[in-house]
Design a protein around this ligand. Structure first.
Ligand SMILES: NC(=O)C1=CN([C@@H]2O[C@H](COP(=O)(O)OP(=O)(O)OC[C@H]3O[C@@H](n4cnc5c(N)ncnc54)[C@H](OP(=O)(O)O)[C@@H]3O)[C@@H](O)[C@H]2O)C=CC1
Ligand SMILES: O=C(O)C1=N[C@H](C(=O)O)C[C@H](O)C1
Length: 252
């Protein structure tokens, strides 16, 4: 039998961390060697012999966690939000000096969500208007969601490449926030509602028609196949990969 992957989960007591601990423990090709919370030292990773980390913490701590992992030759699968362009650039630089490490920053681990974002980017080349509505549980600390930011970036890139102009919008006066926020020219609206988990709609409009691409995570179990897939593939992808689609053959 091949050697089990020695995995540590950071943020292990959080909503996602609890699920990730269970998923890693249940995976026959993985061994959970450490579960870290906010007050645990990163030295624990070395003491436990971790070779892979799964970071499901908070935007304030994820960068330092990943930096520590890379500096110590580990691979990192990261679901935590907050990886803006400056953080990604710093991480790329760090990885250039540690070329054996692989890091996956996955704004969303749910395979359906990854597909929905890819479909939306493809479709957005053929519609005049596009806006995103993301809907989440009210305990979420960041807005807009990392998934919405990533989807907007994919859409903006696809539309730019296809030469599609900006979505029409005649708004002259509005209350703050009424038109959502602007991510690379795409409007994103954030809903926080008790009862929700993680949901997103991309609305695409053309003359006389609308296409809506919606994905729903009803349970955090939806994210676990993607976490495990990331762990299994990250070592074969040294350097930085943003988006689980980087490990899939979407062929779109
Ligand atoms: N990529 C994806 O598919 C998904 C990503 N997410 C993202 O994952 C992150 C976590 O989400 P969620 O589980 O809902 O959040 P939670 O707030 O439930 O969990 C975060 C956990 O991280 C802990 N923590 C904070 N700092 C550290 C640290 N330095 N080291 C170790 N643990 C730490 C917190 O501890 P304490 O309670 O003491 O503060 C808490 O237990 C968010 O950024 C969220 O957006 C969420 C769902 C899916
Ligand atoms: O905080 C959450 O819950 C989620 N966070 C990620 C995001 O910001 O996109 C992924 C998913 O939407 C759930």
């Amino acid at each position: 039998m091949t050697e089990q992957l020695a995995v540590a989960v950071l943020g292990a007591s959080g909503r996602m961390g609890i699920e990730a601990v269970k998923a890693v423990e249940a995976a026959p090709d993985m061994k959970l060697v450490a579960s870290l919370g906010r007050n645990d030292s990163l030295q624990t990773l070395l003491d436990a012999g971790a070779k892979y980390i799964v970071d499901l913490t908070v935007p304030d701590s994820t960068e330092a966690n990943v930096r520590f992992a890379v500096e110590h030759g580990m691979h990192a699968v990261v679901g935590t939000t907050g990886w803006d362009a400056a953080r990604l650039a710093a991480l790329r630089e760090l990885l250039a000096g540690n070329p054996e490490s692989g890091v996956l920053i996955a704004p969303n681990f749910a395979l359906g969500s990854v597909l929905a974002s890819a479909f939306a980017a493809k479709a957005s080349q053929y519609f005049e208007s596009v806006e995103i509505i993301e809907l989440h549980h009210p305990n979420k600390v960041d807005a807009p969601s990392g998934t919405a930011v990533r989807t907007a970036q994919l859409i903006a890139g696809a539309r730019e490449q296809a030469g599609v102009p900006a979505s029409p919008d005649a708004t002259e006066t509005s209350l703050d926030g009424a038109r959502g926020c602007d991510v690379d020219g795409v409007r994103v609206h954030s809903v926080r509602l008790r009862g929700l988990v993680a949901h997103q709609e991309v609305l695409l409009g053309g003359p006389g028609e609308q296409l809506t691409i919606r994905h729903d995570s009803f349970d955090r179990a939806s994210f676990m196949p993607g976490v495990l897939l990331g762990l299994r593939k990250v070592a074969a992808h040294p350097g930085l990969t943003v988006g689980l689609d980087g490990y899939l053959d979407l062929g779109l």
